[in-house]
Design a protein around this ligand. Structure first.
Ligand code: 13P
Length: 256
C-alpha cells in the first residue's frame, strides 16, 4: 500500500485560543476557503467550550471538529474534565490525546494517554495520538527509542479494529511553537520508524493504512515539502491554524 491510498488529514490544534464567537467565525472562514478540497480531511480541534458552536458552523461543510483532550471515565467527580460522550454529543468527531503540552504541563503520562485513547475509541471518537521526543532526547541520539516506546505504551491493548480510528501525530517537542521545524528528512525518518513499530505490533498492512501526521511549526511555507514525504500523511498545525487563510494554504499543499 502506498501513501496515495492512506487518508491525508490536515488538522488544526487551536490550543487555548478563540472564544465561541471567534470560533464560529474562524470555522466558517476555514470552511469557505477549503470547500471542495477533497484531497485531504480537514479537522479543527478546538477548546471544549467552542465545540458546539464550531460544530454548528461546520455543518454541511467539509470541516470536521475535534476536541483537545478527553477523560477516561464515563462520568463522575473529575472536576474540570470532559468525557467522550460529552464531546460526541457536543459535536466532536475527533480528539487530540497526549499532546506534549499536556504531558509537560498537566502530568499526562503514557499510561493516562493509553487510558484516554481506549475510552475515546470505545465511545466512537477518532483519536489523534501525539508523541515525540524532547530536544535532550534528540541530542542524545535516542529519538527512535523514545518514539518507539511511546508508540508501544500508548497503543497497548488497543485492537487492530480500533487502530483504524487512530491517527498518530509525530510532534518533536523542540519544534512546537518555536519556529524550528524538523527538516522533511527528519520528519520522514521518524514517521517511518513509528510505522515500522506499528507494523511489528499490528502487521504491516495495518501500518501501511495508518495516517501519520507531522506537527511542529508547520506552516503555509514549509507544508508542501513536508507533505511530499512518503511517510508523512498530513499535519497537526498549531499557530498557523488560527489564521484561516494560512491554514487553507496548508490544505492546498495537501491536495497534490
Ligand atoms: P505549532 O504549529 O504552533 O508549532 O504547534 C504544533 C502543535 O503543537 C500542534 O499540535
Amino acid at each position: 500500500m502506498k501513501k496515495e491510498v492512506r487518508k491525508v488529514v490536515i488538522a488544526g490544534n487551536w490550543k487555548m485560543n478563540m472564544t465561541p464567537s471567534e470560533a464560529a467565525k474562524a470555522v466558517k472562514e476555514t470552511a469557505e476557503l477549503t470547500a471542495g478540497k477533497n484531497g485531504c480531511d480537514v479537522v479543527l480541534c478546538v477548546p471544549f467550550v467552542d465545540i458546539a458552536v464550531a460544530a454548528e458552523a461546520a455543518k454541511g461543510t467539509n470541516v470536521k471538529i475535534g476536541a483537545q483532550n478527553v477523560h477516561f471515565e464515563a462520568k463522575g467527580a473529575y472536576t474540570g474534565e470532559c468525557s467522550a460522550s460529552m464531546l460526541l454529543e457536543a459535536g466532536a468527531e475527533y480528539v487530540i490525546i497526549g499532546h506534549s503540552e499536556r504531558r509537560q504541563y498537566f502530568g499526562e503520562t503514557d499510561e493516562t494517554v493509553n487510558k484516554r485513547t481506549k475510552a475515546a475509541l470505545a465511545a466512537g471518537l477518532k483519536v489523534i495520538l501525539c508523541l515525540g521526543e524532547v530536544l535532550e532526547e534528540r541530542q542524545a541520539g535516542i529519538t527512535a527509542e523514545i518514539v518507539s516506546m511511546q508508540t508501544k505504551l500508548d497503543l497497548a491493548g488497543i485492537s487492530a479494529e480500533d487502530l483504524k480510528n487512530v491517527i498518530i501525530a509525530y510532534e518533536p517537542v523542540w519544534a512546537i511553537g518555536t519556529g524550528l521545524t524538523a527538516t522533511p528528512d527528519q520528519a520522514e525518518e521518524v514517521c517511518a520508524i513509528i510505522r515500522n513499530v506499528v507494523c511489528g505490533l499490528y502487521g504491516c498492512e495495518a501500518a501501511e493504512a495508518l495516517t501519520i501526521q507531522y506537527g511542529g511549526s508547520m506552516n503555509d511555507g514549509n507544508a508542501a515539502e513536508l507533505l511530499s514525504k512518503v511517510n508523512v500523511d498530513g499535519g497537526l498545525i498549531g499557530g498557523a491554524s488560527l489564521v484561516p487563510a494560512k491554514f487553507a494554504k496548508i490544505v492546498d499543499a495537501a491536495q497534490a
